[in-house]
Design a protein around this ligand. Structure first.
Ligand SMILES: [Zn+2]
Length: 358
C-alpha cells in the first residue's frame, strides 16, 4: 500500500510537473492550454514526439535541445518537473493520504506562480484568485490542514489567513506608495514629449525618446501621470502652459476630460512630469491571500517575515557579488512561496520551539 502510494506520488508529480511547464510557458503568453494539445518547440514550433516529452528523462536524453532544430529548450521544463515530483513525494512522506492532496494543490499553486513571476514579474489573477477559493475549500474539506478537527474552525482560520495576509501586504503596498511617492522627471529645459497608444492594451508617454508604459505605471483607478506642458497640441488644438493629468483611461486638463479612445494625438514640450511608482504589485497581495487561505493567519505571520528576510539576503548578496545593481527589481512572489513551503514542512516544529521560550 505504502509503496504503491509512493510510486503513485512520484508519477503524478512528474505528470503534473510536465503540465505545469506548459502552463508556465502558455499562461502569461495567453496561449490556450488545450490548443495545440501537443507540446511544441518554442523556436521551430514543431511538435515534440511523446517519447521525448517524458518528464525529466526526455529533457536529459536530448540534453536540453530540440530534436528537430537543435535549439536550446529551457532547463525550466526539467526543473519544474523535478521540483513538482520532489514536492509531491515529500508531501506524501510528511502528511500521507489524504492530507497530501490539499498540500499538492497548494504546492502546485506556489510552483506555477514562482516560475511565472521570475520570468514575467507578474502573478496571474487566474492563479491567485482561484487559489484563495481552493484554500478555503481545502480547509473545510480537510480541517487537519489548519491543525484542527473542526470544519468550522478550519474555515475561520483559513478566511483569517486571507484577511491578515492580504490586509498586511496591501497596507505595505499603500505605505510604500506614500514613502516612495512619485517618480519625478525634472528636465533642464523643455523637452519634446508625446502620447502614443495602441489601444486597448498598450499606451505610453514618450519623453525625450524614453518610453513610460501604462502597464508599468498604472495599478489603481486613482493612479495618475502629471505632465506640466510648456506647450502642447491635443487633437490638433494648441495650448500653452497647462497641466495634463493622465489616468489609465482618460486625459484631464482644465479644458475638460478626453477618453483615451478619443485621444488621437498629444505632442508637446515639458520640463516636469510625475509618475506613480509601485513598491509592491497587487499580484503579491493576492498571492499572500491565497497562501493565507491554505496556512491560516499564523502561517501568514510566519511566511511574510521569512520571505522578506530571504529576499533581503538574496538582494544584498547579489549586489555585493556584483550580479545586480540597486535599481533592478526582484519579484517578491518566489520568496513568499519559499516562506510558505518552509511553513508547510517545518511550521509545527517552529511553533513548538517558539513556545518553549514562553
Ligand atoms: Zn525546435
Amino acid at each position: 500500500m505504502e509503496i504503491t502510494l509512493l510510486f503513485f506520488s512520484v508519477l503524478i508529480g512528474l505528470a503534473f510537473g510536465s503540465f505545469f511547464g506548459c502552463c508556465i510557458y502558455r499562461l502569461p503568453r495567453e496561449i490556450s492550454l488545450l490548443k495545440p494539445a501537443f507540446s511544441f518547440c518554442p523556436t521551430c514550433q514543431k511538435s515534440i514526439a511523446w517519447y521525448y516529452n517524458i518528464p525529466v528523462f526526455g529533457w536529459l536524453w536530448l540534453r536540453g535541445r530540440c530534436h528537430e532544430c537543435g535549439e536550446r529548450i529551457s532547463p525550466r521544463y526539467f526543473l519544474v518537473e523535478a521540483i513538482t515530483a520532489a514536492f509531491f513525494t515529500a508531501a506524501f512522506f510528511r502528511f500521507g493520504f489524504p492530507l497530501m492532496i490539499p498540500i499538492w494543490v497548494f504546492g502546485s499553486l506556489l510552483i506555477l506562480t514562482t516560475f511565472i513571476d521570475i520570468e514575467f514579474f507578474l502573478i496571474p489573477d487566474i492563479l491567485s484568485k482561484p487559489g484563495i477559493a481552493a484554500g478555503i475549500a481545502a480547509s473545510l474539506l480537510f480541517p487537519e490542514l489548519q491543525g484542527t478537527s473542526s470544519r468550522l474552525l478550519a474555515g475561520g482560520l483559513s478566511i483569517g489567513g486571507v484577511l491578515v495576509g492580504g490586509g498586511l501586504l496591501y497596507l505595505v503596498s499603500e505605505l510604500g506608495k506614500l514613502a516612495f511617492g512619485r517618480y519625478k522627471v525634472i528636465l533642464a529645459s523643455p523637452t519634446p514629449f508625446s502620447f502614443q497608444a495602441n489601444l486597448p492594451d498598450d499606451a505610453r508617454i514618450v519623453i525625450d525618446d524614453e518610453p513610460f508604459l501604462w502597464e508599468e505605471h498604472f495599478f489603481r483607478k486613482k493612479d495618475r501621470i502629471r505632465i506640466r506642458a510648456e506647450e502642447v497640441t491635443i487633437n490638433g488644438e494648441d495650448f500653452q502652459g497647462i497641466d495634463l493629468t493622465f489616468y489609465h483611461d482618460r486625459l484631464e486638463t482644465v479644458r475638460g476630460t478626453i477618453s483615451l479612445t478619443d485621444l488621437r494625438s498629444v505632442v508637446g514640450r515639458t520640463a516636469y512630469a510625475e509618475f506613480p511608482r509601485e513598491a509592491m504589485g497587487l499580484g503579491d497581495v493576492k498571492l499572500i491571500a491565497a497562501i493565507g487561505a491554505f496556512t491560516g493567519w499564523v502561517g501568514v505571520l510566519f511566511t511574510i517575515p521569512v520571505a522578506s528576510l530571504i529576499g533581503a539576503i538574496y538582494g544584498v548578496g547579489t549586489i555585493l557579488i556584483g550580479r545586480r545593481d540597486w535599481s533592478s527589481k526582484i519579484p517578491f512572489g518566489p520568496y513568499l512561496a519559499i516562506g510558505a513551503i518552509i511553513w508547510i514542512f517545518w511550521g509545527k516544529e517552529f511553533l513548538n520551539w517558539y513556545r518553549s521560550f514562553g
